[in-house]
Design a protein around this ligand. Structure first.
Ligand code: PGA
Length: 273
């Protein structure tokens, strides 16, 4: 397909997201984002979107900084409750995040599923809550080491996607982000090969196609996450169905994260698979 054919679809713009997890208090966040802002050049973000997902207690500080100093990164959150308000001690609502200018929210990160018993049903409800407030969900899916060894990767991915996407309007699915995060690759230093990442991301795209239609499949952005670093980022991003990266440990420090952002700049038009 050529960009001028009647079937042409707009290119997918890469999205590089830094998931800080439970690292950096608001003072450290201020230093890190300011450092990033000083280093970022217009050409770094001309063709790449960048989001930062700090802990909740940092969000207001980071929001004030990026708005005040016009730092071109989007504000992200790591999780939220599926209700807008109520007696949910310790939780943060999607409405509160939206009021703060949060644009992207991670939904169903494997650490939430594993340590906080987040079920597929709750992932689906949270996804809808994020959409209701016009933020962009980054739905995290991925298989465990055991599932991979048993050749159950595709079964796991399709059941997670089905549970989360069933009943969504095609336009809602088209505008969201899916992060393929194999659990065995997270924080282990053992990233998936670009070949395996492409395989899984293509499978995710096809599954989105089955659930929400071809247009949604072509538009949805699919990230890879799990031990991404400045050395492996370009190879992963060279794959046609890898539209971005979800970066944990390597996003905590501005210089290294920026190298990953730079390695994610497209070398050829994307989004034609
Ligand atoms: P990692 O984490 O880059 O430290 O492996 C990725 C993630 O959990 O999102």
């Amino acid at each position: 397909m050529t960009p001028t054919s009647p079937d042409a679809v707009p290119a997918r713009r890469p999205l590089v997201s830094g998931n800080w997890k439970m690292h950096h208090d608001h003072i450290e966040a201020l230093h890190t984002v300011r450092d990033l802002g000083l280093r970022l050049k217009p050409e770094d973000i001309a063709q790449v979107d960048v989001s930062i997902h700090p802990p909740f207690t940092d969000l207001r500080t980071v929001q004030t900084l990026v708005e005040g100093e016009a730092i071109p990164v989007a504000l992200g959150a790591q999780h939220c409750n599926d209700h807008d308000r109520g007696a949910y001690t310790g939780e943060v609502s999607p409405q509160m995040l939206a009021r703060l200018g949060v644009r992207y929210v991670l939904v169903g990160h494997s650490e939430r599923r594993q340590h906080f018993a987040m079920s597929d049903d709750l992932v689906a409800a949270t996804l809808r809550a994020v959409l209701r407030h016009e933020m962009v969900p980054i739905l995290c899916v991925g298989e465990t080491e055991e599932e991979r060894a048993a050749a159950h990767t595709e079964a796991r991915l399709s059941s997670q996607l089905e549970a989360a996407l069933r009943g969504l309007a095609p336009s809602q699915a088209a505008g969201m982000v899916v992060a393929y995060e194999p659990v065995w690759a997270i924080g282990t230093g053992k990233a998936a090969t670009s070949f395996d990442a492409e395989d899984a991301c293509l499978f995710i795209r096809e599954t989105v196609g089955t659930l929400a239609g071809r247009e949604a499949a072509q538009s949805v952005r699919i990230q890879y996450g799990g031990s991404v670093n400045p050395e492996n980022a370009a190879d992963l991003m060279a794959e046609p169905d890898v539209d971005g990266l979800l970066v944990g440990g390597a996003s905590l420090e501005a210089a290294g994260f920026l190298e990953i952002v730079r390695a994610s700049r497209p070398v050829a038009p994307r989004g034609r698979s």
